[in-house]
Ligand binder design. Structure first.
Ligand SMILES: Cc1cc2nc3c(=O)[nH]c(=O)nc-3n(C[C@H](O)[C@H](O)[C@H](O)COP(=O)(O)OP(=O)(O)OC[C@H]3O[C@@H](n4cnc5c(N)ncnc54)[C@H](O)[C@@H]3O)c2cc1C
Length: 313
């Protein structure tokens, strides 16, 4: 995903880890605090709001943005990695407290071993995060446009949310913020049975947990999503060379350059939101759009990470 933050009307602040909770084998919850977060805010509900963390490189210093101006991103990229650290994307799982005691809650996945090398800087940092550690947050400032919320069901009467563990914080945020009379299903694939969480959701939304417990990544969420759409089970073959790690196809934006605006308006009552590993999401997109004929304007397909690829911003 391309970073497009032209100015500093957003928050770009060093924050402190105020609380660390190991939620389950695959998740660490962090509460990040700073008096600067008094200005953290969005217009409406948080839903699947994304933010960035800028993490230190190994045991290196916390990247500094002191004196940053509108050129901060280009300037940051020019610095050596030991100094600039690593920028990674996460979801606002929650915001607690208020004023100078506002805390940003983030749930970070501790990577499973897919035989693709060591865990990345984000996962490694989260695994050893301790109270008092510091990191930089790039997040929306109240009253300033930031973007980063993709969930946009319009008038759709039914919802299907589908994702893997990296999408769980976003799905949890969407479910929490939905209107009470919302109707639909959320299918969530997680590494292990012990990763299942209590979620707040409207009574009309069915939450289906799919612990992999050793099954191939994405196999369960794909089968469940296809079944929920009333289709017969399908095999999807996606070649590694056919996967765009930055796959991002929403009603508002197409990473492949498809003309979204020119397509027809919603023809069905269903809105589908899918996020997770890019190859898995590519396969689901193929089935939903090509085989089942879902209108592109009813579906958001988002590659949140890619096996074997470092999602450097
Ligand atoms: C909009 C958006 C919201 C996101 N929200 C969250 C969130 O709330 N919580 C969260 O944990 N992640 C979230 N992600 C995913 C997260 O950005 C990626 O998993 C990211 O790659 C993690 O960075 P890293 O430094 O740990 O690994 P990278 O340096 O990107 O990758 C290094 C290696 O780790 C592997 N890897 C990366 N991610 C995973 C994974 N999840 N499981 C197993 N192996 C992996 C890759 O295969 C690669 O070989 C989100 C992504 C997007 C785009």
């Amino acid at each position: 995903m391309t970073v497009t933050f032209p100015d500093l009307r957003l928050l770009l602040e060093e924050v402190e880890v105020c609380r660390v909770e190991r939620l389950s084998p695959s998740f660490v919850r962090l509460e990040l605090g700073s008096p600067a977060l008094a200005e953290l805010g969005v217009e409406g509900p948080w839903l699947d709001q994304r933010i960035k963390l800028v993490l230190p490189h190994g045991d290196g210093p916390v990247p500094s943005f002191v004196g940053a101006d509108g050129t901060w991103y280009a300037t940051w990229l020019e610095r050596p990695v030991e100094e600039r650290g690593h920028m990674r994307t996460y979801t606002v799982r929650d915001v607690v407290g208020s004023g100078a005691d506002t805390r940003l809650v983030i749930d970070i996945v501790l990577h499973e071993d897919h035989g693709d090398g060591p865990a990345g800087p984000g996962s490694s940092w989260a695994a050893r995060a301790a109270v008092g550690d510091r990191v930089v947050v790039l997040a929306p400032r109240r009253g300033a446009a930031y973007g980063g919320i993709e969930f946009a069901p319009g008038e759709a009467g039914r919802l299907l949310l589908a994702g893997d563990e990296t999408a769980l914080p976003a799905i949890a945020g969407i479910l929490r913020d939905l209107p009470h009379d919302a109707v639909g299903t959320a299918v969530v694939e997680v590494p292990l049975s012990d990763d299942v969480q209590e979620l707040v959701a409207p009574v009309g939304v069915d939450v289906v947990w799919l612990p992999r417990d050793g099954a191939p990544l994405g196999s369960l969420v794909r089968a469940a999503a296809v079944e929920r759409l009333g289709a017969a089970p399908v095999q999807v073959e996606v070649g590694d060379d056919e996967v765009d790690p930055d796959l991002w196809e929403t009603p508002a934006y197409s990473s492949s350059g498809e003309d979204v605006a020119g397509e027809q308006a919603h023809t069905d009552d269903l809105y589908v939101w899918i996020a997770g590993e890019s190859k898995v999401v590519t396969g689901l997109r193929r089935v939903l759009v090509n085989d089942l004929g879902l209108d592109r304007r009813q579906v958001a397909f988002m590659g949140y990470w890619r096996v074997g690829v470092s999602m450097a911003s």
